[in-house]
Write a protein that binds this ligand. Structure first.
Ligand code: FAQ
Length: 332
């Protein structure tokens, strides 16, 4: 179910093993999906649908939790009390998103412990974006603006994903992500309108985060082994390339509005399409980061595992407290 092995871009193998399903049940399931009904935990579903959901939700949940690390590094270095309070709240929100998503995956029969174990042993994926370092305060602005911006673009359609618990988790997550995006853009706005040095810092952050943000949407549709089936099952409502294009169209004017330049010499407005044409993405870099070769991949996983181990006493104390309350309630 979990793997760090990425299907090579030229490999067109089926992403999930198909098992023979009862044709009548399958037809009823597909009719419900086609009618835009939500599928709920106790409903019958094909095994491949369940596996695809667990795979995507696990990747998503881990991204939220690992995503706390690059920003967490800056909480103690935020330039003012206000910025510190906002960043602290944002990082806590990301932890909450991870929890809603782990809970959604649990309704599909995969426990949080299993998922966390898969993450810590390198078998589960998380977004490539979090394997890039946060070098300056402007990176915190760029993450909120671009990374949360990309996350919202991807997650808004997921509010209508066909699996009920995932869709409902996304409604709340999207509300919080839009605050995150705005706080990031506000940081960028302040820096871009500040001293020449601050503006350079903002431009430098945009230069480094732009292309990795476009990679967040996943491989191009023709090399995405999961998209076609996931769109058929309405797990994904749109394809990787469609959402990536929308992100570019919305974000380029935002950069221009604050006097920053998107680092893409090929970027041009295409009047006929009503969209921007943009230059080629370095997919070799994407595949390398997915394989675990990101600049700070090892550091991220070390920090995650350490946090998990150091937090063991909290989990033990919470369990002991719950057991004590249950014991008392039973005695009464
Ligand atoms: N990084 O066939 P597809 C956030 C993998 S949340 C790593 O196209 P699919 C919040 C993919 O898993 C950000 N791996 O796959 C925040 C698959 O491998 P597998 C995360 C990637 O699932 C902000 C293989 O490549 N959001 O940022 C990536 O149909 C700030 C083939 O790809 C979500 O996860 C990647 N970028 O489409 C937190 C949203 N892209 O599993 C803190 C939900 C692809 O077969 C601070 N997920 N892969 O071994 C999705 O919508 C989808 O899973 C996609 C990929 C669109 C990411």
């Amino acid at each position: 179910m979990y793997t760090t092995e990425l299907k090579d871009k030229n490999q067109k193998s089926a992403p999930v093993t198909t098992v023979a399903e009862d044709p009548a049940k399958l037809a009823a399931f597909e009719a419900r999906v086609a009618a835009d009904d939500f599928i709920e935990p106790k409903d019958w579903m094909p095994e491949a649908y369940r596996k695809t959901l667990v795979r995507q939700i696990s990747q998503h949940a881990h991204s939220e939790v690992v995503g706390m690390l690059p920003e967490g590094n800056w909480i103690t270095r935020a330039p003012s009390l206000r910025r510190k309070a906002v960043l602290l709240a944002k990082v806590q929100d990301e932890g909450g998103h991870g929890l809603y998503l782990y809970a959604a995956a649990e309704t599909l029969g995969t426990s949080r412990d299993e998922m966390i174990e898969a993450l810590h042993t390198g078998r589960a994926k998380y977004s490539t974006i979090f394997n890039y370092p946060t070098l300056t305060w402007a990176d915190i602005g760029a993450i909120g603006w671009l990374v949360d911006g990309a996350a919202i673009m991807n997650q808004v359609p997921l509010q209508r994903t066909s699996y009920g618990p995932y869709a409902r988790a996304m409604v709340r997550i999207c509300k919080e992500e839009s605050f995150h995006q705005r706080q990031g853009y506000e940081i960028m706005m302040a820096l871009a309108g500040g001293s020449p040095e601050q503006k350079r810092m903002a431009q430098n952050a945009l230069d480094r985060w732009w292309w990795p943000s476009l990679m967040m949407f996943g491989p191009p549709d023709e090399n995405s082994p999961n998209t076609a089936q996931s769109v058929r099952w309405r797990i994904k409502r749109e394809t990787n390339d469609e959402i990536r294009q929308r992100f570019v169209d919305v974000t380029v004017p935002q950069a221009e509005a604050i006097g920053l330049k998107v680092p893409d010499p090929a970027l041009t407005w295409n009047e006929a399409r009503g969209s921007y044409d943009f230059g080629p993405i370095d997919w070799e870099e994407f595949y390398a980061v997915v394989r675990g070769e990101g600049l700070v991949a090892k550091e991220r996983m070390k920090a995650r595992v350490e946090a998990w181990e150091k937090g063991a006493w909290v989990r033990e104390a919470a369990n002991a407290h719950a057991a004590k309350r249950a014991h008392r309630a039973a005695a009464e």
